[in-house]
Write a protein that binds this ligand. Structure first.
Ligand code: NAD
Ligand code: UDP
Length: 314
């Protein structure tokens, strides 16, 4: 059945892939974005589609559209961007959540929140299951994002308890792929752009910290599976690829795949940078029948091809 679907943050990296997939699945999509980190080029290929509409709008202001489902992805996700205007980041997470929840309440429609592995902070438990309550520094530079997203989860559950709203929460772990912004600042895009330009590869700290990297197509499948669950399943559910890599090993892999002559340079580790992170995805496997399919090498090759096309002379 064709649905009208609202995607906030639809011009961003993950949001644009989600809009594309929902259109492919035969739905109408309204993309709402203030273009803080999103780019028109992420969605220009969708503009000719009569079932796709874009609204330039900040979700800190109330929004009124008629839709059947809402995916709330609006929020800068890269540490350098969410820390650039931290007050705005908290507002977007909290005020933005209230505005989209009020819309869902008025329309009585399902709403999904893109939460994050950052709710676990610098985790003391490894890998992280959804039951882990986290280790977040509430006054550190990452708190605007971590605590903002934690408060948004609280709001989603309170709207469910208080107004019987059909809510879904996913906790996304590091995701990468085409349409990441070349200056986004996150590790995969930084390393690929640096490697393709033969610039120094910037390792923060000693590079032994770990992350797990999920290819965006896998993630989008998981997001849609979650939205399609019946109303008795709300999550939160982790979505990520459990293969764990040291940042140094990610750098070597990218240098090898790009035949790069870059050198490694070591920079200070940002404050509160988590030492390790890896999703426990048993719940996603059980409830959504979901697990990632794309290997890091395969995903990196596709991402490298995207950046080669995007960067002049590559
Ligand atoms: P992104 O920065 O590429 O996309 C975010 C989008 O939201 C952008 O288009 C931006 O312009 C828009 N936006 C920001 N503030 C807004 C506001 N106030 N009103 C309207 N639009 C606004 O980031 P992304 O990687 O695509 O992340 C999308 C969502 O997924 C975010 O909510 C993020 O927290 C979450 N997430 C992403 C990752 C990841 O690894 N990419 C990990 C965990 C969680
Ligand atoms: N990182 C790095 N060099 C970079 C960018 C990031 O070494 O140029 C490190 C960063 O310190 C962190 C990891 O890579 O330990 C992942 O960083 P990212 O910003 O991609 O995501 P997050 O910290 O939110 O997991």
């Amino acid at each position: 059945m064709k649905k009208q679907i609202l995607v906030t943050g639809g011009a961003g990296f993950i949001g644009s892939h989600l809009c594309e997939k929902l259109l492919q699945n035969g739905h109408e999509v309204i993309c709402v974005d203030n273009f803080f980190t999103g780019k028109k080029r992420n969605i220009t290929h969708l503009m000719d589609n009569h079932y796709f509409e874009v609204l330039r709008h900040d979700i800190n202001d109330p929004i009124s559209v008629e839709v059947d489902e809402i995916y709330n992805l609006a929020c800068p996700a890269s540490p350098i961007y969410y820390q650039r205007d931290p007050v705005q980041t908290t507002k977007t997470s909290v005020m933005g959540a209230i505005n989209v929840l009020d819309l869902a309440k008025r329309l009585d429609v399902k709403i999904l929140q893109a939460s994050t592995s950052e709710v676990y902070g610098d985790p003391e438990l490894h890998p992280q299951p959804e039951t882990y309550r986290g280790n977040v520094n509430p006054v550190g530079p990452r708190a605007c994002y971590d605590e903002g997203k934690r408060c948004a989860e609280t709001l989603f559950f309170d709207y469910k308890r208080q107004y019987d709203l059909d809510i879904k929460i996913i906790r996304i772990f590091n995701t990468y792929g085409p349409k990441m912004h070349p200056k986004d600042g996150r590790v995969v895009s930084n390393f690929i752009v640096q490697a393709l330009n033969d610039d120094d590869i910037t390792i923060y700290g000693n590079g032994t910290q770990t992350r797990c990297f999920c290819y965006v197509d896998d993630l989008v499948d998981g997001i849609i599976n979650m939205m399609n669950k019946p109303r008795d399943f709300n999550g939160p559910v982790n979505l990520g690829n459990p293969e764990e890599y040291r940042i140094l090993d990610l750098a070597s892999k990218i240098m090898q795949l790009t035949n790069s002559n870059s050198e490694l340079v070591y920079k200070p580790l940002p404050e509160d940078d988590p030492v390790k992170r890896k999703p426990d995805i048993d719940l996603a496997k059980k409830e959504l029948g979901w697990e990632p399919k794309v290997s890091l090498e395969e995903g990196l090759k596709k991402t490298i091809s995207y950046f080669k096309e995007l960067l002049p002379g590559k």
